[in-house]
Design a protein around this ligand. Structure first.
Ligand code: SF4
Ligand code: SF4
Length: 133
């Protein structure tokens, strides 16, 4: 079948006045959807150290170390170089202490830079606690 050049003109004119489907990345950033699965982040003040996230992470990307049993002091390490961004840890956490941020530019020259560490004290019933990192 032979196409006539004029057949394209209406389509061409329609697209002349449409907003482009692409953006000027990296000068302009795409707004990601609300349920975008970026990188897991800990809100340590909500962590009760139940270790459900450690148990359920399919990539073995979360570790919790006990620093002091008496003081209820812990260190969580999230190995983002292993994380597959599945958000299972967020699903499994009973206190909503984990959430996925909206970061997508996480490429780096060393996998060690992807390690996120949180040192914190487990909240008492009154909700008292401290955090570093
Ligand atoms: S998002 Fe998935 S892979 Fe990453 S730490 Fe959570 S459970 Fe593990
Ligand atoms: S982040 Fe949530 S699931 Fe993980 S140990 Fe803390 S309370 Fe438990």
């Amino acid at each position: 079948m032979k196409l006539k050049p004029a057949a394209f003109i209406p389509e061409l004119l329609r697209h002349l006045f449409k907003r482009p489907a692409t953006i000027e990345y990296p000068f302009e950033k795409l707004k990601v959807p609300d349920d975008f699965r970026g990188t897991p982040v800990l809100k340590s003040e909500l962590c009760i150290v139940c270790r459900a996230c450690v148990r359920d992470c399919p990539a073995f990307a979360i570790e919790i170390e006990t620093l002091s049993e008496e003081e209820k002091k812990y260190k969580m390490t999230i190995h983002n170089d292993r994380c597959i961004h599945c958000a299972q840890c967020v699903e499994s956490c009973p206190t909503k202490a984990l959430f996925m941020n909206d970061e997508f530019e996480i490429a780096t020259d060393s996998r060690l830079k992807l390690k996120a560490e949180y040192t914190y004290t487990r909240p008492k019933k009154s909700g008292q606690q401290s955090q570093t990192g």
